[in-house]
Ligand binder design. Structure first.
Ligand code: ADP
Length: 323
C-alpha cells in the first residue's frame, strides 16, 4: 500500500525558488495519487497543526514569485526533544506519512530528528548561500547572485563617476560562493571569502596602488559576510592606506528577494519532483542534491558531515584577471 498523505514545509531563511519547489512537490504528489498538506511557518506549523490541504490550483501563479507562500520561520520550540516528539505526534494525528522540508542545514537536522521520531522526511536544499556540502547547487543561489551583481553594477556607476572605491558585503554565511561569483561578474579588484586566507596589505592596498599607477581610477571590492572583515572598517582602512575615497555598502536582505531566475525555477521543479519520488519509493532521511548537474540524493546524516568544497581554481582565475 503506497503512501497516502504527505506534507511540505519551508524552513529557515527564505530563498527565491522555494515557491517553485512547493509547486512541484504539490503537483507531483497529487499526480501520484497522494494528498498533500502545506505546513505554515516551518516546523512551527507542525507544533500548532497549522496546515492547509493543497490542490492543483493552490500553487497556481507562484512559480515566478519570491518568498514562500507557506511562510517560513526559525522554530526554537521545535529544536528540542519535546518539540520533535510533539511534531511527530501531530504528524501522526494529521495522517502525515511523509514530510518534505525545503530549507538549509539547520532544517535538515530537524528533518533527521523527525525521521528518527518515526516520520519519514526528505530535505530539499533551499538557501541562497549555496552552503549545503553534498550539493553543488541550492535553490535561490542563482537569483541571489544575479541580484547582487545588478546592485553592484549600479554602485559601479557612481563609484566610477567619483573615482572611488566601493567595498561591498554580500551574503553567504560561512560560504564564499556568492562573493566569488559575484566578484568575478562585476570585475571586482579583490574578493575576500572565508575559505581563502587574505592579507589586506598585499591583496588590497598594494594591489590598489599598483593598478592606480597603471591607470585604474575606481575600484570594487567584494567581501563575503563570513570573511570576518567588517566592510565599514575596511573602507576606512583603504582610504587611510591608499588615499582613495572609499565607501562601504552592505547589500543585505535585498539578496533574498525577487523573482527567481530560470535556473532556480527549473532546479526547484526537478528537486521537488525527486523528493516526492523518494517518499513514494519508501525512502526517507534523504536530502536531494545536485552533483555534476544531475539530481541525486544522500543520507541526511552523512550529508551533514560532508566537508564543503570551495572552487579554488575559480578563485585563482579571479585573482589573475582582476588586476
Ligand atoms: P537553515 O535551515 O536555513 O539552515 P536554521 O539553522 O535557522 O536555518 O534552521 C531552521 C530550523 O530548523 C530551526 O529554527 C529549528 O527549528 C530547526 N533546527 C535547526 N537546527 C536543528 C537541530 N540541530 N535539531 C533539530 N532541529 C533543528
Amino acid at each position: 500500500m503506497g503512501i497516502k498523505r504527505i506534507a511540505v514545509l519551508t524552513s529557515g531563511g527564505d530563498a527565491p525558488g522555494m515557491n517553485a519547489a512547493v509547486r512541484s512537490v504539490v503537483r507531483t504528489g497529487l499526480s501520484s495519487g497522494m494528498e498533500v498538506l502545506g505546513v505554515h511557518r516551518g516546523y512551527n506549523g507542525l507544533l500548532n497543526c497549522d496546515t492547509v490541504e493543497m490542490n492543483l490550483r493552490s500553487v497556481s501563479d507562484i512559480i515566478h514569485t519570491g518568498g514562500t507562500v507557506l511562510y517560513t520561520a526559525r522554530s526554537p520550540e521545535f529544536n528540542s526533544a519535546e518539540g520533535v516528539q510533539l511534531a511527530a505526534d501531530n504528524c501522526r494525528k494529521m495522517g502525515i506519512e511523509g514530510l518534505i522540508v525545503i530549507g538549509g542545514d539547520g532544517s535538515f537536522r530537524g528533518a533527521r530528528d523527525l525521521t528518527q521520531a518515526g516520520i519519514p522526511c526528505v530535505g530539499v536544499p533551499g538557501t541562497i548561500d549555496n552552503d549545503i556540502a553534498c550539493s553543488e547547487y541550492t535553490i535561490g543561489y542563482d537569483t541571489a547572485m544575479n541580484t547582487a551583481m545588478e546592485m553592484v553594477d549600479r554602485l559601479r556607476d557612481t563609484t566610477e563617476s567619483h573615482n572611488r572605491c566601493s567595498v561591498v558585503e554580500v551574503m553567504g554565511r560561512r560560504c564564499g560562493d556568492i562573493a566569488l561569483n559575484t566578484g568575478i561578474a562585476v570585475g571586482a579588484m579583490a574578493i575576500l571569502v572565508p575559505e581563502q586566507p587574505y592579507d589586506l596589505e598585499r591583496d588590497i592596498y598594494k594591489r590598489m596602488q599598483y593598478t592606480q599607477s597603471i591607470g585604474k581610477r575606481h575600484f570594487i571590492i567584494v567581501v563575503a559576510e563570513g570573511a570576518d572583515c567588517p566592510v565599514e572598517e575596511l573602507a576606512k582602512e583603504i582610504q587611510r592606506n591608499t588615499g582613495i575615497e572609499s565607501r562601504a555598502t552592505i547589500l543585505g536582505h535585498v539578496q533574498r528577494g525577487g523573482s527567481p531566475t530560470l535556473r532556480d525555477r527549473v532546479v526547484a521543479t526537478q528537486m521537488g519532483y525527486h523528493a516526492v519520488k523518494l517518499l513514494e519509493e519508501g525512502k526517507s532521511n534523504r536530502v536531494v542534491a545536485m552533483q555534476n548537474s544531475q539530481i541525486v540524493d544522500f543520507d541526511i546524516t552523512q550529508a551533514l558531515q560532508m566537508p564543503r568544497d570551495f572552487d579554488a581554481d575559480l578563485y585563482q582565475i579571479a585573482l589573475k584577471v582582476s588586476i
